[in-house]
Design a binder for this molecule. Sequence first.
Ligand code: COA
Length: 435
Amino acid sequence: MTTEWKDSYTSKCVTAVEAVRRGVKHGDHIVLGHAAAAPDSIVKALYDLREEFKDLKTFHLLYLGEPWHLMPEMSSTVKPYINFLDKNSRIAYREHRADFIPCHFHEVPTLFTSGAFPVDVAMIQISRPNAEGYCSFGISNDYTKVAANQARVVIAEVNRQMPFIGGDNLIHIDELSCIVEVDRPLIALPPATIGEVELKIASYCAELVQDGDTLQLGIGAIPDAVLQCLKDRKDLGIHTEMFTDGVMHLARSGQINGARKTLHPGKIVTTFVMGSQELYEFLDNNDTIEIYPVSYTNDPYVVGQNDRLISINSCLEVDLTGQVASEAIGINQFSGTGGQVDFLRGAKRSKGGCSILAFRSTAQNDTISRIVPMFGEGSNVTAGRNEVDYIITEYGRVRLRGLSIRERAEALVSVAHPKFRPMLEAAIRQRFYGE
Ligand code: COA
């Protein structure tokens, strides 16, 4: 075992301010670590040094850390480019201080490798090194590993509290330019609020899940509620994009063991993790968990190698032909494409697999139907109508795949809120029956 890396490690340790001064140049494209692995101290240093730089561009999906780079006073230094809005970046986007790059999650790494969004600097958060000098990307590999491999300069927060997680999830000390040592708890998220409606929707989803199936679960309360309805299943597997507390609970109680998985049997495969402190501790040196770059986990060809892959995601609106808007309402961008289409396509390739889009039938205290005759002006289609399979609301489940557009419309009315069915039926009569 070589320990030469230890001297190299020590020589690279600097303050965050020093790291930014050494590493960043005017005009640089900077990729920031994702979600709960936000490299806060480095971004704060960039904020403190804002007068010293110009024409910087940052890129990230979710950023759950302190949004220093999104502050109004950073506007003359940094232009933030974002691929998935969260509560802070939504404000910056609406105030025209940030811009949005559309891209499927599994293709984000190729933005960097193709030079479409070049990476000069990667600011990341990783674990402490193991005995061979490898650090783990811990809870967030997604696009971060590829960005670090691609960057001229890698500035890494080495956080004592970042779990060491395996898979294709390591970076050697030699590949880091500067190290900023930190010791702070990871950003933890409260559990999703699950009410009666979510549980009803989840129960329709759970009816499709058999013993031995492999699951992908998306973002929001409904996927977590589905897990609560699977307590009597066995040999479930996980091949997902995002890993949350619900998966941990079922893994601990034995329903999830990956015993029948056709790809990575016995392993939980994911690309990032968001949840409680307990979840992060569960992951540390847990050899049943493997984290890979999103270009692998979300590649529809990889997803499809899992037999009986059931993908469960949510959306904001569906039109009567089955087009899906999941990331924006009209021209108001709410989130991003994420891996939704990656998994819709992967599930279609999976032998015996299927995909589900599950959502409440209404929004805003039942004043708006989420099943609509057609989208409003300026809406973005996240998933085209050829991608869609099952649609589930609290009123039931319909399978659109294989149905004509007229049959789809009629099926969708049956799962719309009763209050909006006359309006939808009138739209069908006009559009499909010439009345
Ligand atoms: N019109 C107006 N408002 C709407 C609406 C509509 N059609 N549909 C939803 N809303 C509102 C809701 O009322 C809610 O408002 P509130 O926050 O004031 O309560 C808000 O929009 C969010 O809706 P909700 O259904 O609670 O969202 P969620 O947290 O369950 O997330 C998505 C749903 C679709 C936004 C989320 O799943 C997403 O971003 N998906 C795209 C990416 C993806 O699927 N990735 C997959 C792998 S992780």
